[in-house]
Design a protein around this ligand. Sequence first.
Ligand SMILES: Cc1ncc(COP(=O)(O)O)c(C=O)c1O
Length: 414
Amino acid sequence: MTDLFEKLLKNRGPLGMHSKESYGYFMFPKLEGDISNKMIFRGKEKLIWSLNNYLGLANHPEVRKADTEAASHFGFAAPMGARMMSGNSTHHEKLEQDLASFESKQASILLNYGYQGMVSAIDCLVDRHDVIVYDSESHACIIDGVRLHMGKRFVYPHNDLANLEKQLSRAAKIVNETGGAILVITEGVFGMSGDQGKLKEIVELKKKFSFRLFVDDAHGFGTMGKTGAGAGEEQGVQDGIDIYFGTFAKSMALIGGFIASDDQVVDYLRHNMRSQIFAKSLPMPLVLGAQKRLDLLKTQPELKDKLWKIVRALQDGLKNAGFDIGKTQSPVTPVYLNGTIPEATNLIIDLRENYDIFCSMVVYPVVPKGIIILRLIPTAIHTLEDVSYTIESFRKIHVNLKAGKYQADKIVPV
Ligand SMILES: Cc1ncc(COP(=O)(O)O)c(C=O)c1O
């Protein structure tokens, strides 16, 4: 027998094992000042490429005004209780109607947090007779929702349609016996690589197999498609998405999320989804704040145009400078480099301290050993000067990396 706490301390996990040397720099850094393209990190201004504030709404004057007025009028307590018991309001219902019509769906249901809502929705939609088929690069909230599933689940390699077909055949055999149904889950835009789920092709497979499609469009909502309705709109298959998920945590720069679908499905979720039935309703300032952001998203298309101007300049510029940015088809911009983890940390230190550029890095175990991803998130508030300065700086650090200047035996505490 072991003491639980002793066991936890012995194996602190893949991230926790670096906690001492990483705290405050690589992990849990503190970005201070107004949310913008330039913010303060450890007392000094940095150019920030890490925030999913795609449309620049976080600090939009109309958003700040709406947030302030809602907080002052309602406070953060109202409404009290879960939606079903005592926490409903006309504002919640209006936002749900507006989100549904923005997504060309009959109805929608608000979620307190995207992650928790996604987990709970998956849990709510399927029972042990059903089969889930999902993409291997799915976000943790999909993986964790699938973990709760008591029936069979089949994973297909990222965006591999031939394999998806194979998994659908396996799933079809099982549900023919159990009398269950098939749920396919993928993302609209994959948050690490920036490529889109192959929604068009997946929807096409409905002609061959009977299944419902659930799309997590956290990164596509507000950024993709003509109106910003997301990856389904972008690929012309919004109708083929049976259940659409969006979060407020990215384009909307807030907290919360929603699921949009048919009337009866949303009604089912409302009466069965444990994360919403057994948890307090979204506070009024978040609901009114989301309403304001959605209104701006609909009425100020220039925000998305600005975002894409920066995306194009950044992605074209990086490619022209010889960088590998993978298969991105969205604002998410990964820059793939080769190196060890100590090299990656020294490179990031150089970038932050000497070039005043702050971006996120992704290394093993998230990606295979030897690969370093510098992940850039362009937004509507970045400038073309930010872009050219960053590309020029990246050129220099890449030369250093290739010359072995960042080599080290271990991660140096900062
Ligand atoms: C693909 C995806 N799904 C879901 C979530 C969770 O959203 P939230 O931050 O609203 O919990 C995120 C955010 O990190 C995400 O990237």
